[in-house]
Design a protein around this ligand. Structure first.
Ligand code: CMP
Length: 480
């Protein structure tokens, strides 16, 4: 009987060693250590008994402990090997470690009570009471952990908030749930706290998370204009998802401002702060461009006249920007100052779209500072990169045709915008300028057209200089 147990123990140990060698699953390797330790301990007991080295009055007790150890080793082996994949290094979703441990402990308790009913029951009853009192908190945590694993209100990798703690779930153990906060530190929340607190899971039921940003705008601007400005600002932020679509609500009429709420979705909750910051930055730029004021409390008094007028040094600065542009080189300083007085300065934030392909347009932009890229939709194929001194949008300025490409700011940019109407007024006073500028633009257009056909991008129809000039005159209503 003892020798057959010895053989069984050796066979079990050999099997455990073989599986540990064959498997790539690190969890299986680790868990089979218990089988090896329990198996070796029972093997040692059996060997001592066979050799007659155990005092006669202890033989029965040692045999009982041996049987329990073999049972533990065998149950652990069977559960670990049957639940976990041996050829992959992963833990099955339905059987996390904590559940596997619970199965092993449960089966062992059943086997132990049936193998050694009398003795085991008395000793285990006393032991359970002692252990129960000593480990009240630990057991509470363990059962809460088990409940969390079976109910799965969150899983490793999810972003959750529990009480005042927010973080990504790194690990769920018997005792606690480990969260990694946005600042990179760990918060270890005991499982019984997790089971009592309300949990907000940002990663379920859907992955994108909705963010909100509140902003105050002047009472002077119609709400739809402000909403359109905020919507444009949100569209320009790369971290914001296009779908589900963002929206803007008028939240309240505050004491010094109308408060709007921008609602938008992001892919990864970890980037909520950067996304909100980008949206706020973009809103600032769009508001500044559209002359929408973000008012501060009304108690702070300021003179409106001082703020709304154009600062006195703007026109010379615009004239200096225009002087950098090759097609405007032929103008005199006085001409450029006159033209500058008709232009406006615009600020664009990184990633913002300045003009969108196929959108109607009637203005040209001169880049005063920063860099823009010109791309062809729908696949965003790059056409050119333009820096300070460069210009774009001349086609719509001169002919009123829809924008032929999309232009996006690669960094924060300052631009000078010249509208068709302002250009028309300027040209009516200085007709000679039109020929010079239109032929410079025509030259550039021919170069672009050649480059497009070389790179097999959408070709531009060939057009003679005369026909182009005619088209420009017609659009600008300038007599020949
Ligand atoms: P417009 O069509 O008004 O608006 C988009 C602008 O992008 C266009 O004017 C040109 O200024 C510019 N653009 C279009 N294609 C090219 C290109 N291949 N290289 C440089 N600039 C371009």
């Amino acid at each position: 009987m003892l020798t057959s147990q010895l053989v069984a123990e050796i066979a079990l140990l050999a099997l455990a060693v073989a599986v540990r060698v064959v498997t790539v699953n690190r969890l299986v390797k680790r868990k089979l250590l218990l089988t090896l330790v329990a198996g070796l301990a029972s093997l040692a007991g059996s060997a001592l008994s066979v050799a007659g080295l155990i005092p006669p009055d202890l033989v029965a007790d040692v045999a009982g402990i041996d049987t329990l150890l073999v049972a533990l080793a065998a149950i652990n082996f069977v559960v670990v090997v049957s639940i976990n994949p041996l050829r992959e290094d992963r833990i099955p979703v339905r059987f996390p470690i904590i559940v596997q441990d619970a199965i092993i402990v449960g089966l062992f308790a059943v086997v132990a009570t049936s193998v050694l009913p009398g003795k085991f029951l008395t000793t285990s009853a006393v032991g359970a009471v002692v252990v129960g009192f000593a480990l009240q908190d630990t057991l509470g945590n363990a059962f809460a952990g088990l409940a969390i694993q079976t109910e799965k209100p969150y899983r490793a990798g999810h972003w959750i908030r529990v009480g005042e703690h927010e973080g990504r779930v790194e690990e769920i153990t018997w005792r606690a749930t480990k969260l990694r906060t946005k600042s990179g530190s760990f918060v270890i929340v005991p499982n019984n706290v997790m089971s009592k607190e309300a949990i907000v899971n940002y990663s379920e039921p859907i992955i994108p998370t909705r963010m909100t940003v509140d902003v105050g705008a002047s009472y002077d601007v119609p709400p739809n204009e402000v909403k359109a400005a905020i919507a444009e600002a949100i569209r320009n932020v790369p971290l914001v998802l296009a779908s589900p679509a963002p929206d803007v609500l008028l939240l309240e009429f505050g004491p010094s401002a109308v408060i709007y709420r921008a609602r938008f979705w992001i892919e990864d909750y970890a980037s909520d702060d950067p996304a909100k910051s980008q949206v706020r930055t973009s809103i600032w730029h769009v508001f500044r461009r559209r002359n929408i004021e973000i008012p501060w409390p009304i108690q702070v008094q300021y003179s409106r006249e001082e703020r709304t007028g154009r600062p006195p040094d703007t026109t010379p600065r615009i004239a200096a920007s225009l002087a950098q542009v090759d097609v405007l080189q032929s103008l005199t300083d006085a001409d450029r100052l006159e033209l500058a007085a008709l232009c406006d300065q615009r600020l664009y934030a990184t990633h913002e779209v300045v003009v969108r392909q196929d959108a109607p347009g009637n203005s040209m932009f001169v880049v005063s500072s920063g860099t823009v890229e010109i791309v062809l939709e729908p696949d965003g194929r790059p056409l050119a990169v333009t820096q300070a001194g460069g210009f774009f949008g001349e086609m719509s300025l001169l002919t009123g045709t829809p924008r032929s490409a999309t232009v996006r700011a690669l960094e924060d940019c300052t631009m000078v915008e010249l509208t068709s109407e302002a250009f028309r007024r300027f040209v009516l006073e200085k007709p000679a300028v039109l020929d010079v500028i239109a032929s410079a633009v025509m030259k550039r257009r021919t170069e672009i057209s050649q480059r497009r056909s070389e790179t097999a991008t959408a070709a531009m129809p060939a057009e003679s200089a005369m026909s182009f000039l005619g088209r420009v005159r017609k659009f600008l209503r300038i007599p020949t």
